[in-house]
Ligand binder design. Structure first.
Ligand code: PLP
Length: 387
């Protein structure tokens, strides 16, 4: 049975061209980039080349890019780095209730240390209102952090509008753009952001490497202390193959992003339309227009998301549920709860995310398998019987 992978928002396969670009940096050009001999300097050169590629891709300058171990570290760095560097100015941060855990958990850790966080609500489509951001600002506000696009429902937030609000108020603005960079055009000046997080493995680069854009002049403290790497902003010997891979992923995205976005939008719409025509008691989540080209999030009444997921897995189809599995309990998705779903409905959702190797045949196969699987699970469902 051919496996159909439809969880590209969780991670993507590394592009073979990216792997090819990385390989020499494991074996031939393995020197420490801090070494003054030629194989160290060659590695250093490769890092700087990648830095320029990443910076150009988002309209920034090389010195404004710090490589990290991924999106999570970039988010932690932005939130904690700004908070601790600007504590004397104020202790208030504005974020939203639908952020990724990398941001939410950073906020929680700051709350324990005396910072006060406002978590803005979203509307039924997951949109943040820039006027809500404006109203939440106080003279103690030092940072606004709003994600560019949500990783569960795909809604794209009005970042440029929020950027204007932040600029007018003179407050730093961070965006978690992990789901957007490499898929849609991103320009830091158009968005008006001071900090932006990205992650290579979400756009066909390797896992364990990402970057934080830090606008020149932004006051933030580092939290990785050691050597003087990354202009003293992030100590540790650089992940040279990973950074080269991120640079290559950016180069490929530059060439393929526009065409891919169009192709995926077509496939996404075919998939949603097909599901809608073949099943009842379902709802699509996320903004109908302002959303990522690759994301379908659908709530299926009277069915558990996890059972649906496992059933599709038996048919060789990998998708994700709207709820995060933790070891002991199944917590309903905080994003769907924020949209106003009651917990039992937040449990019955599927996130299907398409990508570079998704074919039209794959979408047709899902349309063949999913509706009967829903019908089968509903026939056994105590949720339906009690309805
Ligand atoms: N932010 C968002 C929106 C994400 O989707 C993810 C990945 O799931 C992250 C942050 C974390 O990125 P990483 O896996 O590179 O740490």
């Amino acid at each position: 049975m051919e496996r159909i992978y439809l969880d590209y928002a969780a991670t993507t396969p590394t592009h073979p061209e990216v792997v090819k670009a990385m390989l020499p940096y494991f074996t031939e050009v393995f020197g420490n980039p801090s070494g003054i001999y030629s194989c160290g300097q060659e590695a250093k050169g490769a890092i700087e080349e990648a830095r320029v590629k990443v910076a150009n891709f988002i309209g920034a300058q090389g010195e404004e890019i710090v490589f990290t171990s991924g999106g999570t570290e970039a988010d932690n760095f932005a939130l904690k780095g700004i908070a601790y560097a600007n504590e004397s100015k104020g202790n208030h941060i504005i974020s939203t209730s639908i952020e990724h855990h990398a941001v939410l958990e950073s906020c929680k850790s700051l709350e324990k240390r005396g910072f006060s966080i406002t978590y803005l609500p979203v509307d039924e489509n997951g949109l943040v209102d820039p006027d809500d951001v404006k109203r939440a600002i106080t003279d103690k506000t030092i940072l606004i952090s709003v994600m560019h696009a949500n990783n569960e429902i795909g809604t794209i937030e009005p970042i440029a509008e929020i950027g204007r609000v932040a600029r007018e108020a003179g407050v730093y603005f961070h965006t978690d753009a992990v789901q957007v960079v490499g898929h849609l055009p991103v320009e830091v000046n158009k968005l008006g952001v001071d900090l932006l997080a990205m992650s290579a493995h979400k756009f066909y680069g390797p896992k364990g490497v990402g970057a934080l854009y830090i606008r020149k002049g932004t006051k933030l403290v580092s939290f990785m202390h050691g050597g003087g790497q990354e202009r003293r902003r992030r100590a540790s010997t650089e992940n040279v193959p990973g950074i080269v891979g991120l640079g290559k992923a950016v180069e490929l995205a530059r060439q393929e992003m526009t065409g891919e976005a169009e192709r995926l939008t077509y496939l996404r719409d075919k998939l949603s339309k097909g599901i809608r025509e073949r099943s009842d008691h379902i709802r699509f989540n996320g903004h109908p227009q302002k959303r990522l080209p690759n994301t379908v999030n659908v709530s299926i009444d009277f069915v558990e998301g996890e059972s649906m997921c496992l059933n599709l897995d038996l048919e060789g189809i990998c998708v994700s549920t709207g709820s995060a599995c933790s070891s002991a309990t199944l917590e309903p998705s905080h994003v769907l709860l924020a949209l106003g779903f009651p917990p039992e409905q937040a449990h019955g959702s599927l996130r299907i995310t398409l990508g570079r190797w998704t074919t039209e045949e794959a979408v047709e196969r899902v349309l063949e398998v999913l509706p009967p699987a829903i019908a089968k699970l509903r026939a056994m469902s105590p949720l339906l019987k009690s309805h």
